[in-house]
Design a protein around this ligand. Structure first.
Ligand code: APR
Length: 245
């Protein structure tokens, strides 16, 4: 793919780059999106029946089992070339922030260091009552595992429908977006907040906005540069075009 010389120049000299990723960034790792993952047994449930505080209150075992099943699926999944290209970008940019809506942990797995997980991480588990993180729990029991400290029910450390995003992460993400000189929106439909808001915060503060997505999104007309295709192919090519690696 040919990249505009202007974009290559911007990236070469940028001190501050921020990246927002969504489900599309993990697609080439073979990870199905939340909605696609609802196949087979799980197809009969609406997302809100599996991923909301109300669902957990009324049927904690159902919700626990759904996440246990997804956690197992994630264990066999590896980062794709797009994840690794973002590690290279971080290595060459003085101030780099990776903001992700993905809960799969693949950016850290690939080696990204400054990662803000806006929707939590499915591999972490915490007490629904006291918030203590659990390092170990049994998955083979008949009931939902309980907190070793207060005996509350354990839940995945992810943001459910109707729940607020983690405040510290969100605030850092907004600052990173505002301060960026180049802001990437990668593999996210941009319809779920705060994705759209972050791109606009970057743009309103003078950042160059770059979109990489399989298809056009509501952000496309507002982006300075938009590339349509797979992030696992476009990102490595871009890194090569800018830094020759
Ligand atoms: N490369 C680049 N983009 C891709 C690829 C790919 N290989 N495959 C798919 N896409 C794009 C799709 O075109 C789509 O625009 O990724 C986007 C994925 O959009 P969503 O499924 O809406 O994912 P996301 O934007 O992350 O959703 C935000 O909504 O369901 C909740 O909590 C969930 O974190 C998720 C949030």
């Amino acid at each position: 793919m040919e990249f505009p010389a202007e974009l290559i120049r911007f990236l070469k000299k940028a001190d501050r780059v921020s990246v927002l990723t969504g489900a599309g960034a993990s697609q080439e790792s073979g990870l199905r999106t939340f909605r696609d993952a609802q196949s087979g047994l799980w197809a009969q449930y609406k997302p809100q029946d599996l991923a909301s505080p109300e669902a957990f209150a009324s049927d904690p075992k159902l919700v626990w089992d759904w996440y246990a099943w997804r956690r197992e699926a994630i264990k066999g999944v590896r980062p794709n070339p797009g994840h690794y290209a973002l590690v290279e970008m971080e290595n060459r940019t003085p101030s780099f922030t990776l903001i992700t809506q993905n809960v799969d942990g693949l950016h850290r797995f690939a080696g990204s260091r400054n990662v803000l997980e806006l929707h939590g991480n499915i591999l972490r588990v915490r007490c629904a009552d006291c918030g203590t993180f659990a390092e170990e729990w049994g998955d083979d029991t008949e009931s939902v595992p309980r907190c070793g400290k207060c005996n509350g029910l354990l839940r995945p450390d992810v943001v459910w429908f109707g729940e607020a995003l983690p405040r510290a992460e969100l605030e850092s993400a907004v600052v990173a977006a505002r301060q960026s000189q180049v802001f990437f929106s990668i593999g996210t439909s941009g319809v779920v907040q705060p994705a759209a808001a972050l791109a606009h915060a970057a743009r309103n503060n003078g950042s160059v906005v770059v979109e990489i997505n399989a298809e056009p999104t509501p952000l496309t007309p507002k982006a300075d540069f938009a590339f349509h295709g797979k992030s696992g192919e476009i990102l490595p090519e871009l890194v090569k075009a800018v830094w020759g690696i």
